[in-house]
Structures are given as C-alpha cells and as structure tokens.
Design a protein around this ligand. Sequence first.
Ligand SMILES: Cc1cc2nc3c(=O)[nH]c(=O)nc-3n(C[C@H](O)[C@H](O)[C@H](O)COP(=O)(O)OP(=O)(O)OC[C@H]3O[C@@H](n4cnc5c(N)ncnc54)[C@H](O)[C@@H]3O)c2cc1C
Length: 461
Amino acid sequence: MKSLVLFSNDLRLDDNDAINASISNSDSSSFLFVFDKNLYEKTHGSANLWWLEQSLNSLFARLEERNILLNIIEGDYIETIVRVVEKYNIGSIYLNQNKNPDFAKVEKLLKKELDKMNVDFNSFNKSTLVDPSTILNKSNEPYKVYSPFYKHCKSIYVQKQVLSFPKEPFKTFGLEENQMDISQIFSSRKTGWSKKFKNYWNPGELEASKKLKSFFKGYLSEYKDIRNFPGTAGTSKMSPHLRFGEITTNQIINFFNFHQDHMLSKHEEHYIKELYWREFSYYILHHFPYVVNKPFNKKYEDFEWEENYEENLSLWKKGKTGIRIVDAAMIELWETGWMHNRTRMIVASFLTKNLLIPWQEGEKWFKDTLLDADVANNVMGWQWVSGCGTDAAPYFRIFNPILQEEKFDPDNSYTKKWLNNYNLYTEDGSSDLLVDNNLIKPIVDLKESRNKALERFSRIK
Ligand SMILES: Cc1cc2nc3c(=O)[nH]c(=O)nc-3n(C[C@H](O)[C@H](O)[C@H](O)COP(=O)(O)OP(=O)(O)OC[C@H]3O[C@@H](n4cnc5c(N)ncnc54)[C@H](O)[C@@H]3O)c2cc1C
C-alpha cells in the first residue's frame, strides 16, 4: 500500500511518529508539505513565515541527503491532498497533529473526506506531552490553575521512547507535481527587517538539538537563578524550534529522569515546569477555545480600555515609549525576532496597565514579529500579564518597569546592548524635562497611569 506523510509544524526527522508508522506499515511512502497560503498566512505571522521557509529548506536538505524528495506543493490544503490521494492511489495518510485550532479544524475535515474515500487516516500527538482531553480534576472538570495541573501531570508521567528516523532502507516515491519555490513563502516577498535574523538564528532540527545539548552542558545548571535576567543568555532559546516541531518536548524531557519520586535539581525541575507552562497553555486552549481572542475570565470583556490609542501603540511597537527597559525590549524584538520572557512580561504590563491598550493589540504585534509566535503561549502570556487569564497576576499587581529594571538588569547590560541612545534616558523614567530638555520623555507618567488602571480594574472586580 502507498502512503503519504504530511508535514505542518513537525519539521523534523527524529521522534516523528508519522514517518516511522508510515514506513513500517506501507510498501512505499511519499513526503508532502502543502503550503495553503490562506491557512498559513492566517496562522503564521511574518516572522513565523521567515522561520518556516528556513526550516523547510533545512528539512528538504536533510531528506535529500537520504535521496528522499520532500514534495512541497502550493494549494488548498484539503483539495490538494484529496487530489494527490486519488491520482497516486494512496491508501493511507500519516500526520502529527497540529494543535493550532485552525489546523485542527482542517485536519478534522481532511479525515472526513478521506473516510468517504476509504483512505486510512492516522494521526499522532507529539506536539504536547499530555493529551488535554484526558486530564481533569477530581470534580471531572478542567484544571484552571497551573500548579495542580502540573502536579497531576507529574504524577501520571510515563516516559515515552524517542523515535529515530528509520535506518534501514525503505521505498519512497516522488509526486509528479509542480514543486513550489520555497522562497515564495517569505523571502521573495518581504525582505528588509528580517535580514538580520540570520545573525541570531539557524532554523532546523540539527541546530535545535545542538543548542539543547549546549544548554544542558551549560546554563541549565544555573537556570532557576539566572533565567530572569535578560542581559544573560541563561535560557534555552528552544521556543522557535519547539514552535515548528524541529524538536519535541518528549525529546527534551527524555534527558531528565522525570518521575514523581525522583529528585531533580532545582534548576532541572524549574526548566521542566516551564515546559509544562507550554502544556498548560495548550490545555487551556483545548478546554476553553474562546481564549484565542476573548479573556478567559469573561468579566474582563467589559474592561474600559483607552479609546484613541493608535499613537501610543505605534510608539510602543517602535520602542519609543521613553521607558528604558520597555524600549530596549521592543528593539530586541525588532532586531532579533525574539524577546526575553522577563521583558515580555514588562512590555505587556506597560501596554495593558500603563497605556491601557487592549491586550489583543499587543498579542497581534507579537504574533507578527516573534519567530516563536505560538497561538497558545502568546494568548496565555498576554492574558496572564493583563490580569484576565487563568492563574493571572491579580489586577493590582502592576509591574513598575523602573523597579523591574533595577532588579533584573542591575548592571544595565541589557538596556545598553539594545539602546543606541541609552544616555538620553532618565534613570527613573521621570517626565520632568525642566532638568534637561535633551532627555527622552516617557509617553505616560508611571504613577498617574498606574492609578488610572487600578481605578478602572477595581470597577470590574
Ligand atoms: C506576553 C507574552 C507572550 C508570549 N508569547 C509567546 C509565544 O508566542 N511563543 C512562545 O513560545 N512563548 C511565548 N511566551 C512565553 C515565554 O516568554 C517564551 O516561551 C520564552 O521566553 C522562550 O524562551 P526560551 O525558549 O529561552 O525559554 P526557556 O526559559 O528556556 O523555557 C523553555 C521552554 O519552555 C516554554 N516556556 C517557557 N516559559 C513559558 C511561559 N511563560 N509560557 C509558556 N511556555 C513557556 C517554552 O516552550 C520555552 O521554549 C510569552 C510570554 C509572555 C509573557
């Protein structure tokens, strides 16, 4: 029987259940990536598309080294697959589930079409460690708080084997179709800003595992202590690699002896807990799909945001708020396509609680400019900071960016790195320009804006 292996956000050869199952169960397999422009442009921001193109190039080359063609076809996702299935007399489809809600919808429709044609549909889950539908609390309801969710996950954890790409030769077949020019995905259309990304990132499975190994040999042993300091390269930077499935959380967690009764170092356990924040984001998205654009906590739908905020939003995006750490972080994002978690929280708090701009605007900008932009983590990150999500920071906890900078960038290495005009910022974000007219003026007074936010939040308590 002939089979198709379909790729989407699982751009790897190892720990890829769809590949291994197809090869074990079929006489011959073909590897296919369908670029459905509408679907990809809806679910991927610009920076994501840059990564996707690079990562596909890398996957293509890895398969080519093994004399296997990765077919890349542009077209409507379902129509293309159904046409290929009919034309090449395919008996089975193998794919790894894509947990993005728009992809999940299309995969469901594809299954329906294939069922009608009596074609086997085989799907696997390696995007997350847990199947969200199987985890419920004692009242048979979804967890809404992270800590008990994590405790539950830890108690039921069973180590899963990491699969290797088959070593024995196997038969494949190519598709005689118009192969898409991969550069059409991003680089032939957009340039400029993204050109710098190559200085910081190398998409692809090999780089993901190389980077993970060096993190394990290096910063992991201090992770809990240094992960909050944006001026230190103390985190793993696995996020875009995980976003595109170049590595699985299963592969990462297999490096640890992660069982209820095993003592992990505090750094190891903390790293695992961060991976489970990602699990929790997907879990919440599964059980409460409305969170994609509405607050988890519905009472915040009535929150009174500022009305005419376009100018402040634009200054925030450009890193021109006059608040040193906020501007440095927004410039880091523009320059590298990534931002440190601590500063993601600071800029998100500033946008929603000082500028009183809806969190959805920040989420949209992150979606377009973050290489790791991921629907579940992004939405949950924004809701957490703005106070309307699960486990959310209470409304009265408003980050003071000046104190955050003092605590987490004490030597100013982060702000100095990203701000060319570092010397023009006032130490305390003060807007008193009488002292020196050349100094950069913050676009809001931190104290006044904080009080305004507190007053508005208290109205919907
Ligand atoms: C407003 C806001 C928006 C965010 N948007 C995204 C996003 O679009 N995509 C994204 O992957 N992460 C997002 N995060 C979470 C977090 O900032 C990044 O995952 C992290 O900074 C990635 O860097 P790292 O790989 O070096 O992390 P590490 O500290 O090395 O952590 C390892 C992995 O754990 C997961 N992780 C770590 N922190 C979190 C977290 N707080 N929530 C969920 N998962 C986490 C990530 O998969 C990460 O790659 C957002 C956070 C905030 C506050």
